[in-house]
Each structure stands twice: as C-alpha cells, then as structure tokens.
Write a protein that binds this ligand. Sequence first.
Ligand SMILES: Nc1ncnc2c1ncn2[C@@H]1O[C@H](COP(=O)(O)OP(=O)(O)OP(=O)(O)O)[C@@H](O)[C@H]1O
Ligand SMILES: [Mg+2]
Length: 237
Amino acid sequence: MQSYEDFISTVSHELRTPLTSIRGFAQTMLQSYDKLDDENKKKFLKIIEEQSNRLIHLIENMLKVQNEDNLIFKSVKAKPLLEDVLQIVKQQYKEHKFELKYNEKLPKIFVDTDKFQQVMTNLTENAAKYSEKGTTVTLTADFGAKEDYISIKVTDEGVGIDEKNIEKIFEKFSRIDNPLTRKVQGSGLGLYITKMLVTKMNGKINVKSSEKGTTFEVEIPSENIEKQAREKCSQTH
Ligand SMILES: Nc1ncnc2c1ncn2[C@@H]1O[C@H](COP(=O)(O)OP(=O)(O)OP(=O)(O)O)[C@@H](O)[C@H]1O
Ligand SMILES: [Mg+2]
C-alpha cells in the first residue's frame, strides 16, 4: 500500500507534466505569434488540447479512486449491460471489430450495475487501445458447473504484456512502455480502479498474455451466491 505522502507526490508529478507542457506551448505561441506559420500554430494548439484532455481524464480517474465506497448491489442480467458497454466503446474505436459471445443460460449476476459497467468499459477500452485497428476484441460470458460465479473474458489481438510487467499493471499510475502506449494517452489508473471495483464486488480478476494478445478474466458472483448467503443467514437466525 502506498503512503499518503507517496500518493500526493505521484499525483503532483502526474499533474505537473501536462500543465508544464500547456504553459510552455501557450508561452511560445504568445511570444512568437507573428513568426509562427499557421501549420505550427495549429500543431501547438493541438498539443494544448491533447494535454488538457489528459488532465481532465486524470482528474476524473482520481475522483473515482476517492469515490469508491457506496456500492448498490442488485441481481441483474449481464447481457444488456455488456451490450451497452460494447456500443459505447465501438463509438470510440470505430475501426476495431467487437464480438459478444454470451451463454444464454447465464445466471443473473449480483453487482453494482454502474461499477460493473465501469469495469467492463475499462477492460474493453484497453483491449482496443492496445491493439491495432482492424483486429477483434471479444467479450465471452460463461459460467462454471457450480453456477455461483460467472466469468467474463475480454480478449484482444494486441501487443500483449510482458510476463515481468503483469503484476505492475494493476498498480496506481503504472503504464508499460511499448510502441502503442507511447502513441496513446492514459493515466495508468484504469486497471487500478478496475481491480479495486472487482474486489469490492467480491469478484476476482486475472490476466493471461502472449505476443498474440491478452485476455483479462473477471469472475463475478452470480445471484445464486447471494441467495445461498441469505438462506444461511435465515437458518442461523
Ligand atoms: N489489453 C492490453 N494489452 C496490452 N497492454 C495493456 C492492456 N491493458 C493494459 N495494458 C498495459 O497496462 C497499463 C496500465 O493500464 P491502465 O488501464 O491501468 O492504464 P492506461 O490505459 O495507461 O490509462 P487509463 O486507463 O487510466 O486511461 C497500460 O498503460 C498498458 O501498458
Ligand atoms: Mg486503461
């Protein structure tokens, strides 16, 4: 666990980098406005816009880390929630293909629906973000013999994650250097938040990766678990 001081110093550093760049490019624009051609002005404004977006994204994610406590659990069907997630991510990654493989016999899941969707969105976004255009991202929802947990896998055909980095990806602000992470922006908080939410929903998350692609698997309690817990409770009281 990180100490509060460590957290603050990491956050300050993460905020300072985009701010310094915004200030630098704004200053250059102001000081050399007449000397710069339109193309360069546009380039600088583009960087200012990108860095502002990065700050907003970072702050939104930091607020999520803070604001994690009030979960509202319900028994719900996973299918429409997953379909929603795919629709949202598709808008952002129009040149990827997305597939949902859903076992129609899947029992209901027992989750906070917003948080569940946030988890699935983070994983599906990562899958698209760290794989090339034209490749496929597949969501597979199934359950085991006992029907007390369901499994949702998010599989991509992307760059993969090196064995030595697998544990790091769930830490705060951790981004792994590879050609695609260099190209795309991120705060490195997505998987930290994802793991935290899965754990709060009494689930588990694991990851398998090779150079052919990555699969994140989330195991989430089905409503059967909740029913069993309730029965046990009523027997003992
Ligand atoms: N599906 C994936 N394939 C390859 N690498 C991945 C995948 N998902 C995550 N990673 C690696 O793990 C790192 C951490 O992921 P995480 O979602 O926490 O942060 P991010 O995507 O960089 O930023 P954010 O989600 O906060 O915008 C990423 O920077 C990337 O290097
Ligand atoms: Mg991410």
